[in-house]
Design a protein around this ligand. Structure first.
Ligand code: PSV
Ligand code: MN
Length: 372
């Protein structure tokens, strides 16, 4: 079974810019978020890592947080930086025209490298909200130079065996130019930086209709696909459960991964469960990825290669569709049983009483919400 990394912010309250809804039992600090993440792992057996977002998950002692994670049977995954939620960043962070603000943003990124060292995380994940809203607002090339300079400094500080992932996003919050809007820009920066720098594909960060599996195939071929921020979208960056909006797209992505024997890339979830309960939302997401992967593994690669070589268009397409249309749920249930897990993680979680327990215990304090 592949490993899927859940993210700490999925366990907190979230919503849209119109309203953040609170749910009963939601964690009040990073320790409680880890406890919830451990539940997802306990029932799926496939989610042993949890990503942190700094400063949302700021604690006094990161070594202690990491120790707590081990006690729960999980580990700290990628450290996500946040240089987008401070008034200073209105005109950007590392690409800001003001050198003082660039320095402040850089210091935050370097502090995230320190968090990696304290928690034993091997991955730094960078996403920048930087960009402009109006033509002429700033110099597009100068912004790229400032960005490149900051990335190079962070890169130099990465320890042995560590890596940094650069995430792109088409738009939002910037509406005219975004400084890392697409995989090509991210790839160009990573190529200059070196081997430790790779691109992360957030599935919600493209224009509608973009062929994401093509991007995946090209990045894999170049050795530059570091991993995914999985989620799904109907319209823009909806951050819904992966495999919910378009399970066929998820299958096509996993098919590219399987054909390149690349099941070792990082499969991270970057989702917000605005209206559904959070832990079951994460369990469902893990199961959706497992189903897409199992279907991709069922593709008859020899038959596909033969059809492709023979120019058999319909035959090749049929090989893929046969795999996609197979119900893999019984096989996955059997696999779980063989690993000592409950065949139905969702039902097992509901039976466990954990949801009722946290709703009763987590009274008082301030619930974690998007942005905290
Ligand atoms: C930006 O939209 C993003 O996808 C980045 O990964 C951020 O770190 C994350 O969302 C925050 O939810
Ligand atoms: Mn993301």
């Amino acid at each position: 079974m592949i490993e899927i990394e859940t993210c700490s912010w999925a366990y907190g309250n979230s919503g849209t810019r119109f309203k953040v809804f609170s749910q009963r039992g939601v964690p009040r600090d990073p320790y409680e978020k880890l406890a919830d993440a451990a539940q997802v792992h306990a029932f799926t057996g496939a989610a042993s890592r949890v990503a942190l977002h700094i400063p949302w998950d700021q604690v006094a002692d990161f070594q202690d947080l990491s120790r707590y994670a081990s006690e729960l049977g999980i580990r700290i995954g990628a450290i996500n930086s946040n240089v987008f939620q401070d008034d200073d960043y209105m005109l950007g962070s590392v690409a800001n025209p003001d050198p003082r603000i660039r320095r402040k943003a850089l210091d935050h990124l370097l502090a995230c490298v320190d968090v990696m060292e304290a928690t034993g995380s091997d991955t730094l994940k960078l996403w920048f909200a930087d960009g402009t809203n109006y033509p002429g607002q700033d110099d597009i090339r100068a912004r790229q130079d400032r960005l490149a300079e900051a990335l190079a400094t962070v890169y130099q500080h990465l320890g042995e065996g560590r890596r940094m992932l650069l995430e792109y996003k088409l738009f939002e919050p910037a509406f005219y130019t975004t400084d890392v809007p697409d995989w090509g820009t991210a790839y160009a920066h990573c190529l200059r930086l070196g081997e430790k720098a790779q691109v992360v594909v957030d599935t919600g960060h493209h224009a509608p209709g973009t062929n994401i599996e093509f991007i995946v195939a090209v990045l894999l071929r170049e050795g530059k696909l570091g991993g995914f921020d999985f989620n799904s979208r109907f319209y823009a960056d909806d951050d819904l459960m992966v495999g919910a909006a378009d399970p066929f797209q998820l299958f096509r992505i996993m098919h590219e991964i399987v054909s390149a024997d690349a099941l070792g890339v990082s499969f991270m979830l970057d989702q917000c469960h605005n209206i559904e309960p959070k832990i079951p939302g994460q369990i469902r997401s893990v199961m959706n990825i497992q189903e897409a992967t199992a279907k991709a593994l069922l593709v008859d690669r020899a038959a596909l290669a033969e059809a492709q070589a023979g120019g058999d268009v319909l035959g090749a397409n049929a090989v893929l569709m046969d795999a996609y249309n197979t119900d893999v749920r019984p096989r996955l249930a059997a696999l779980r049983e063989s690993q000592g897990l409950d065949p139905d993680p969702m039902a097992a979680y509901h039976r466990s009483g954990y949801a009722e327990k946290i709703a009763a215990e987590r009274i008082g304090g301030v619930q974690a919400g998007w942005g905290a």
